[in-house]
Write a protein that binds this ligand. Structure first.
Ligand SMILES: *Cc1c(COP(=O)(O)O)cnc(C)c1O
Length: 392
């Protein structure tokens, strides 16, 4: 009887070590003995048992993002939304109340409007640029406030300092979704956030080929609850995605700096093109939250630029069609520039009046600026904007 093919073979020994983190897809880990397993379960010795409970590729990635955020013990989960969900489900219970910024990521808004209320958790949305609005929304049973520093796609800047003071006065947890700003532009724990969340899918991984999330609560007891919920609910990340994201993360700061410098230059370029009615970028002096942005992010502002052209949907179609090489795709943080149109994608569920209230006309676009040569980007956007105005 042949026995070799289905018996697993140990990894060949090597006195030199691999420079690159190996990908470890193993779902299970074999232990030496029941005693050895006891030691592991009771944290007397390190090690893995079952991939849903944790695996090396997730831990390597988590430690790297921890270092960027200035914390330790972060958790990688299968998507940014898994991170948001794990935080809510682990920390809230029936009867609690949560406040969210009124311009949170669409799916976070959906969780707050549909799913949490269904589970008996009350929610309110408040304008995060207005600390008084957040104060008004507070209730005795408010447990948590979730903010994004720079709102999508209006790029308004939340009053994080005011809201952090308010939250701490009232014993309410402050969670910051730092996806847009990244730890390069905004240090959440340095601004008194209790919890930081990322869609690692975006700028941190940076290549639109891995879907992952990250969550870290500074209080280890809260973090343990989040980890336990994520393991129970199976919000497990794929080792291969973690490995890709680790690879992406090595160039994160280089990519970020290049993309942000491009964004600043492209914003100024757009502002002087005929047909452009508005440019939004927090490093520009005409941005409504310029001072606050400088206060929170110093010389940084993210790689996101929004702008508006005259001519409504007709002009918007012509603009997109004129630059087929620029992916028209509702994502952000890719190494290459992507263009999105909120009225037909992220904000299509809003009524025209609601969109108008946010200034999101049919001519409004958001750019996630990438790392291309800036001369190419300027040329492409000049072509696109000219085409949008040509037949008007
Ligand atoms: C994309 C995004 C998310 C969700 O992340 P996924 O990885 O797509 O689940 C959450 N918050 C913000 C700000 C995002 O941009």
């Amino acid at each position: 009887m042949s026995r070799t093919p289905i018996r697993r073979t140990p990894v060949p020994a090597s006195s030199s070590r691999a420079v690159v983190t190996p990908i470890m897809p193993s779902v299970v880990y074999a232990s030496e003995s029941p005693d050895a397993l006891d030691d592991q379960y009771e944290s007397r010795s390190p090690g893995y048992t079952y991939a849903r409970e944790g695996h090396p590729n997730a831990d390597v990635l988590a430690q790297k993002i921890d270092a960027l955020e200035g914390g330790s013990g972060g958790l990688i989960v299968g998507s940014g939304m898994a991170a948001v969900t794990a935080m809510f489900m682990a920390l809230l219970k029936n009867g609690d109340h949560v406040i969210g910024g009124s311009q949170l990521y669409g799916r976070s808004l959906r969780l707050m409007k549909e799913d949490l209320p269904r589970l008996g958790i009350a929610t309110s949305l408040a304008d995060p640029t207005d600390v008084e609005a957040v104060r008004q929304a507070l209730r005795p049973e408010t447990r948590l406030i979730l903010l994004e520093v720079v709102a999508n796609p209006t790029l308004r800047v939340a009053d994080v300092e005011g809201i952090a003071r308010l939250a701490h006065d009232r014993g309410v947890l402050l969670a910051v979704d730092n996806t847009f700003t990244t730890p390069r532009a905004f240090q959440a724990f340095g601004h008194d956030a209790d919890i930081v969340i990322h869609s690692v899918t975006k700028m941190l991984a940076g290549h639109s080929d891995a879907t992952l999330g990250y969550v870290l609560a500074q209080d280890p007891e809260l973090q343990a609850r989040i980890r336990t919920f994520a393991v129970t609910a199976g919000l497990t990340p794929s080792p291969f995605d973690c490995w890709l994201a680790e690879r992406g993360l090595y160039s994160f700061e280089l990519r970020y700096d290049r993309a942000e410098a491009n964004a600043a230059e492209l914003a100024d370029h757009l502002a002087q093109l005929p047909g452009v009615t508005r440019v939004l970028y927090p490093l520009r002096r005409d941005h409504p939250d310029y001072e606050r942005a400088r206060c929170l992010m110093g010389t940084h502002a993210s790689n996101m630029v929004s702008f508006e052209v005259e001519g409504g949907r007709f002009a918007a179609n012509a603009l997109v069609r004129a630059v087929p090489d620029l992916p028209f795709a509702p994502t952000l943080g890719d190494i290459g520039t992507t263009l999105s149109h909120p009225a037909s994608s992220s904000h299509r569920a809003l009524t025209p009046d609601e969109r108008a209230g946010l200034g999101l006309s049919e001519g409004f676009f958001r750019i996630s600026v990438g790392c291309e040569d800036i001369a190419l980007l300027k040329e492409e956007f000049a072509t696109a904007v000219a085409a949008s105005q040509a037949e008007r």
